[in-house]
Write a protein that binds this ligand. Structure first.
Ligand code: RP5
Length: 186
């Protein structure tokens, strides 16, 4: 097995544990390359925190276009409710997926030789009729949260977990506010 693939599988096992995820995935992460995985990790982490089942695939719009089409065409029937597609450079992947499914597709632009501006524009400048939403360059955590919000529209318990997440986040900011005000007050 090539070293790069072994490293990718080790990363996946470190992230998910080596066992299969028991529940059927709701969110599909599609990476244009295994080199995109570090940028997807924050999204994976947030879905783990929120207990949203997911799957991860490496499929390339340009290098394995037939696999991309097959994945997108079968996604809804397999139970997915949204796809997060991470890619860099000429990042056609989210658009290629969106062309073959009516599921919402969230693009995650990966930093590239052009600092990710090329990835971002490739994802957002879609022709009318083929919508792709996109988070900011390197916005892995928001991609995960956005996917979780989509899944929460049909899952009240997940919606509650998201509300709790926001409340905890607000409390952390209030704590910073208290610390800064104390520090400047001397
Ligand atoms: C894109 O090209 C991938 O999404 C990745 O961000 C970039 C580089 O790919 P590799 O050369 O690492 O396979 O298609």
């Amino acid at each position: 097995m090539p070293g790069r693939i072994r490293t990718f599988i080790m990363c996946i096992e470190t992230t998910f544990g080596s066992g299969a995820i028991a529940t059927a995935p709701l969110i599909g992460f599609v990476l244009g390359s295994d080199s995109d995985l570090p940028h997807v990790q924050p999204a994976i982490e947030v879905l783990k925190e929120l207990e949203v089942p997911f799957e991860v695939r490496v499929l390339s719009a340009h290098r394995t276009p037939d696999d991309v089409a097959e994945y997108a065409k079968s996604a809804k029937a397999r139970g997915l409710v949204a796809i997060v597609a991470a890619a860099g450079g000429a990042a056609a992947l989210p658009g290629a997926l969106a062309a073959h499914t009516a599921l919402p597709v969230v693009g995650l632009p990966v930093p590239s030789l052009l600092q990710g501006l090329d990835s971002l524009l490739s994802m957002t400048q879609m022709p009318p009729g083929v919508p792709v939403a996109a988070v900011g360059v390197g916005g892995g955590r928001n991609a995960g949260l956005f996917a979780a919000r989509i899944a929460a529209t049909a899952d009240p318990e997940l919606a509650l977990r998201l509300t709790r997440y926001q409340a905890e986040q607000a409390e952390r900011v209030r704590e910073r506010d208290r610390r800064v005000r104390e520090a400047v007050a001397g």
